[in-house]
Design a protein around this ligand. Structure first.
Ligand SMILES: Nc1ncnc2c1ncn2[C@@H]1O[C@H](COP(=O)(O)OP(=O)(O)OP(=O)(O)O)[C@@H](O)[C@H]1O
Length: 251
């Protein structure tokens, strides 16, 4: 629940991003309140991934600002995003397919604990193991702990990536198409996981699957041609004539 004097956990102010002469994002302003689950949608080429990358620190905007808990973080390095509490599903791009599931999460946890444990004692070595166990429980993969990562089903690999993104215990988690390429069964499992994660932290996701978004999120932001088009509840978005025209091809 948000209170009137709460500040947004994340805010985009007049964010633009150009690739050469092409403007992929133009003056997008929006904000995300703590503890909310928001989806960013839009037709192909709307600028969703670009916006996601700017919000998650993969690259800076060409102009405009990103504020985290009211602090300007525009241009901050990607690794600093994890340190301040922003993580995305592909934070660690290399899932080591030949390692076990537990080893992969342990590597992610080790990178986090190494950030803080300057004195290498016995505890600093056992900590990542415990954290990895907790994270695997979190994403319901503990039964696959010793399995080789490359042998996991697609949905399980995506859950593993999320476990790795959680290693820094982020207050803001960004997920880029978390159910891409998943079977309907895997999608349901992932939806449950996202719901659980969203009850503990702020989650922003980019998704193509409308039905999933309508069932999962209370707030939706629509981009079109790199511009902010609309925001609202699933009902408001479904009934927004402009959104129906550009996105759903109706109205
Ligand atoms: N690195 C880049 N260099 C040049 N153009 C780019 C680059 N990245 C994205 N674009 C262009 O910016 C526009 C927005 O792309 P973006 O991937 O953000 O859209 P999207 O809404 O995520 O699309 P999709 O739903 O198809 O994934 C597209 O026209 C794309 O071709």
């Amino acid at each position: 629940m948000t209170s009137p004097n709460q500040i947004p956990i994340l805010e985009a102010r007049n964010v633009s991003k150009s690739f050469g002469k092409f403007k992929a994002l133009q003056n997008v302003s929006t904000h995300f309140m703590p503890g909310t689950l928001t989806a960013i949608i839009g037709p192909n080429g709307a600028g969703k991934s670009t916006f996601f990358n700017v919000l998650s620190g993969a690259f800076p905007p060409t102009s405009g600002q990103i504020l985290f808990n009211g602090k300007d973080i525009t241009g901050m390095q990607q690794h600093e995003f994890a340190r301040i509490g922003i993580s995305k599903s592909f934070q660690i791009t290399n899932v080591f397919k030949q390692l076990t599931v537990h080893e992969n999460v342990r590597v992610a946890a080790q990178m986090e604990t190494a950030r803080y444990d300057f004195l290498r004692n016995a505890q600093s070595y056992s900590k990542p193991i415990e954290i990895a166990d907790q994270l695997l429980r979190r994403v319901n993969l503990e039964h696959l702990r010793n399995k080789i990562t490359g042998d996991l089903a697609h949905g399980q690999q995506r859950a593993l990536e999320i476990a790795m993104a959680l290693a820094c215990d982020p207050s803001l988690l960004l997920l880029d198409e978390p159910t891409a390429g998943m079977s309907p069964e895997e999608t349901l499992v992932m939806m449950d996981l996202i719901r659980t994660l969203a009850s503990e932290r702020t989650v922003i996701l980019v998704e193509h699957k409308m039905k999933l978004i309508m069932n999962l999120c209370k707030r939706i932001i629509v981009l079109h041609h790199g511009e902010f088009l609309a925001e609202g509840s699933p009902d408001e978005i479904q009934n927004n004539a402009e959104v129906r025209r550009v996105y759903l091809g109706q109205g």
